[in-house]
Write a protein that binds this ligand. Structure first.
Ligand code: KIV
Length: 272
């Protein structure tokens, strides 16, 4: 299947803004390594997020909290080496920006210098706005992230839908406006009611990219390993699986084991 790669030879923050204006939906997926990043970039994805979900998906941690700045730089630099077209956004890990704005700026500069990524993403609104502003003063593009912010999981207690109550919904909308005013180029909204997400997307001029936030936003993001079905125990309502790779890979590995044990592999043509 061929997919239109839009008008953009290289996707930039400006391209995303133009996509919002022209109502072209933005496609975004995570990647943490060279091989998969090369495939999804070649397939025409607009934005690649080197998410701190690497902590769960790559390292097997229960939360995103343990991943470090150096781990994120390792993943991001592998992705950047693979990419020709997509905009690469790198998550700032827990503990690298919440302390104070100077620490945030130093962490963002380290990511940009050592990974070659094109922008960074931070979780939170008013609480981290000074850090966002300071990073922006260095010319580093910033993507915001509101709603379910997994780095605050111990504050929330669960991964359920956020901002169902009016007070939290109002705070989310005002945080979205604050991030736009500060100069963020886009915003991720995770696991919030679709009506609220649509209202946010209609209230601000920067693109809003949703995950579990319905279809009224400007684009969608999923974790690549989830949408490919490499993971199989995580089944939230918002997740559409396009492949069942967990089953496919299991079957392939079992066939290989059988072939080795029964001496069918390698055959005569597969040796020197
Ligand atoms: O780390 C991540 O994968 C993310 C997405 C869920 C948006 O932040």
């Amino acid at each position: 299947m061929s997919v239109a790669k839009g008008n953009y030879k290289k996707v930039t923050t400006l391209s995303l803004s133009e996509m919002k204006q022209s109502r072209e939906k933005i496609s975004m997926l995570t990647a943490y390594d060279f091989t998969l990043a090369k495939i999804i970039d070649g397939a025409g994805i607009d934005v690649i997020l080197v998410g701190d979900s690497a902590s769960n998906v790559m390292a097997g941690n229960e939360t995103t909290l343990p991943i470090t700045l150096d781990h994120m730089i390792y993943h991001a630099s592998s992705v950047v080496r693979a990419v020709d077209r997509a905009l690469v956004v790198v998550d700032m890990p827990f503990g690298s920006y919440q302390g104070n704005s100077k620490e945030a700026l130093n962490s963002a500069i380290k990511i940009m210098k050592e990974s070659g990524g094109h922008s960074v993403k931070l979780e939170g609104g008013s609480e981290i706005i000074e850090s966002v502003k300071r990073i922006l003063t260095a010319g580093i593009p910033v993507m915001g992230h509101l709603g379910l912010t997994p780095q605050s999981i111990y504050k929330f207690g669960t991964y359920t839908v956020r901002a169902k109550e009016e007070e939290e919904a109002e705070k989310l909308l005002s945080d979205a406006k604050l991030l736009e005013e500060a100069g963020c180029f886009a915003l991720v909204l995770e696991k919030v009611p679709s009506k609220l997400a649509q209202k946010v997307a209609e209230s601000i001029n920067i693109p809003v990219i949703g995950i579990g936030a319905g279809n009224g936003v400007d684009g969608q993001v999923l974790v690549l390993h989830d949408m490919l079905g490499m993971t199989h125990e995580f089944n939230p309502r918002f997740l559409r699986r396009y492949l069942k790779l967990y089953d496919e890979i299991t079957g392939a590995v079992q066939s290989y084991i059988d072939d080795v044990k029964s001496k069918r592999f390698p055959n005569e043509k597969e040796q020197y």
